[in-house]
Design a protein around this ligand. Structure first.
Ligand SMILES: Nc1nc2c(ncn2[C@@H]2O[C@H](COP(=O)(O)OP(=O)(O)OP(=O)(O)O)[C@@H](O)[C@H]2O)c(=O)[nH]1
Ligand SMILES: [Mg+2]
Length: 157
């Protein structure tokens, strides 16, 4: 796996080559950037996604930091991420991203992909705020990766 980090022309060329020859390309929609109306960021995903698809890659949409959307979630539970409602949270997140953010809907249409895979930190409520939850080893708990992994494996068959 290759991630794009700002590092000058050589890095950019490497990235471009990898995208051109990739079997699978994951476009990471950063919800923090979405909430900050970073239009250029989403548009660049669109350009990369379309190009990758023309070159025969399977394109997947992944939305990261989806816990930032939690206050938008319908009040079916105190904290849907803590109460076995992950599946519903994921489904509703997908709907909210498409209906609430025209840029995301445009992106889905442009790359012809209907499914968005949400990933996020598990959170808990503290003093009216949701903060990331730590496990026994004081590590952050990331959700949605197993499901994404299964989808990617299915796509390789
Ligand atoms: N709430 C939340 N925060 C996250 C999640 N994943 C990563 N982060 C935090 O986001 C912060 C910044 O990460 P990024 O936005 O990926 O990196 P950055 O340094 O801001 O770089 P660019 O956004 O690419 O410019 C870090 O403090 C991470 O801990 C997540 O799922 N939920
Ligand atoms: Mg950031």
């Amino acid at each position: 796996m290759l991630t794009l980090t700002p590092g000058g022309e050589a890095n950019y060329r490497l990235f471009e080559h990898q995208v051109r020859t990739a079997d699978a390309v994951l476009l990471l929609i950063d919800v923090e950037k979405l909430q900050g109306s970073d239009v250029a960021f989403i548009r660049s995903l669109q350009t990369i996604g379309k190009r990758a698809q023309e070159n025969g890659a399977n394109v997947y949409l992944v939305a990261t930091k989806c816990d930032l959307l939690i206050d938008d979630f319908s009040p079916i539970a105190e904290n849907p991420l803590n109460q076995g409602l992950d599946r519903e949270f994921r489904h509703e997140t997908e709907q909210r991203l498409r209906k609430g953010y025209g840029l995301v809907d445009d992106l889905c249409t442009a790359v012809g992909v209907d499914t968005i895979h949400p990933v996020y930190y598990e959170t808990e409520r503290h003093n009216e705020r949701y903060i990331p939850k730590l496990d026994d080893t004081r590590s952050l708990q990331y959700q949605g990766m197993d499901e994404l992994g299964e989808t990617l494996l299915d796509g390789l068959e």
